[in-house]
Design a protein around this ligand. Structure first.
Ligand code: ZN
Length: 391
């Protein structure tokens, strides 16, 4: 096992170097001139910044015009050498952990899942350690180091401190997860909110590529939202931002676990839907799958619950659009399985509540399996690796 100190350091002396690297990662191969244009840096600054990255093997130069162009020519496109390093990412849900091993381009090399026997921090850590161990064994075959571990957890997560402040689904409060997992797994650990981690992956590789302002809204066990404003994933001064799950849409609505009433999450999250379908139909349905099934079979009570949920989500999305004016809102999450039951209400409520030009924001759906969330966690580990040490 490696120590928790970084086995290898990325030669990033300034934020500009990280910015250049992520630009090539998302948009590459790119010539130095194209990098300069996209980052707003001077071509000379780009040339200077990429030199140590090429020397250390993180960037490679494609000699596009082989035979004619000498290496080091500014016209040669640059790309990230994915095989140069490996990272791992974990997404923790209420009943399992999904883990991926990715390369430096954040391409998934291996994916695994392990069930959770319990939600206490020590049980989750034990399962996480086993899963990481399996991924590290897989990694041995590639002959390069695993340089970091990202863990994505739902709830209020302080990434800078590496602490899960409050996770309702895990029932955790103030768990120093980065420190605990670092000791257990022997890797540098980045802990982030799961939706923010997914948003990083969407920004680098998904439907957010090339957009400076967009939002990811996830529907499922909870209602989450990741925000990108001016090209930056918003974390908020206290680690909480974009909590559209707790936007009030009905002050007289059902109680929410946060202590308020009528939050989007209290109306549209999986658990809330199951409860409301039981109340509306008097039927003892067991879970979301049964609720969806009942609605698909035309049960009016169940359909009305989904319609109300769609309206709540649409109003939540309109709130984001009105406040921040994103170009696009990407709706994802396991709740998309019921999307046909509330798509129309989401669209209608959004159109009604969005103010003026904010309604021009494109709302699109994108099913993303939990492996993509784990990939987002790995992306946060890559992000930490390529970000210069503040010291
Ligand atoms: Zn709430």
């Amino acid at each position: 096992m490696q120590s928790t100190s970084r086995a290898e350091a990325f030669p990033a002396s300034t934020p500009a170097v990280s910015q250049i690297f992520t630009t090539v990662l998302s948009h590459g191969p790119l010539t130095r001139l194209e990098v300069a244009r996209r980052t707003g840096l001077s071509p000379a600054a780009v040339t200077k910044a990429v030199r140590p990255l090429i020397e250390a093997g993180y960037l490679v130069e494609d000699s596009a015009e082989e035979g004619r162009a000498a290496l080091g020519r500014p016209a040669n496109p640059l790309r990230v050498d994915g095989g140069r390093a490996l990272f791992t990412g974990l997404k923790v849900t209420g009943d399992e952990i999904i883990g991926v091993l990715v390369d430096l381009c954040c391409r998934i090399r291996t994916a695994r899942r392990v069930p959770l026997n319990g939600r206490a921090p020590e049980e989750v850590l034990a399962a996480a350690a086993d899963l990481v161990q399996e991924l590290l064994i897989e990694a041995d075959g590639y002959g390069v180091g695993v340089l970091g571990l990202g863990i994505a957890v739902s709830g209020d997560v302080d990434r800078a401190e590496g602490t899960v402040r409050y996770s309702p689904f895990l029932e955790w409060r103030d768990v120093p997860l980065a420190e605990l997992a670092g000791t257990t797994c022997g890797l540098p650990v980045t802990v982030d909110n799961d939706v923010r981690a997914l948003t990083v992956a969407e920004q680098w590789f998904g439907d957010g590529v090339g957009l400076s302002d967009f939002a990811v809204v996830t529907v499922g066990a909870g209602i989450g939202c990741g925000l990108v404003v001016h090209g930056q994933v918003v974390a908020g001064a206290h680690g909480v931002a974009g909590e559209i799950g707790h936007v009030t849409v009905d002050p007289a609505g059902p109680p929410c676990h946060c202590g308020n009433r009528g939050c989007v999450e209290a109306i549209a999250a999986d658990g809330a839907i199951v409860t409301q379908v039981r109340e509306a139909t008097g039927m003892e349905i067991a879970d979301t799958a049964e609720a969806v099934d009942l609605a698909h079979r035309g049960n009016a009570g169940a359909r009305a619950v989904y319609a109300k949920a769609g309206e709540a989500i649409g109003r939540g999305i309109a709130t984001v659009a009105n406040l921040l004016g994103p170009e696009r809102v990407i709706i994802s999450g396991e709740g998309l399985a019921a999307y046909d039951l509330f798509a129309e209400q989401i669209r209608d409520a959004f159109a009604t509540a969005a103010f003026g030009s904010a309604a021009q924001c494109e709302v699109r759906t994108r099913p993303l399996p939990f492996e993509e969330w784990a990939r987002g966690a790995a992306a946060t580990a890559i992000q930490s690796f390529i970000t210069p040490d503040p010291n």
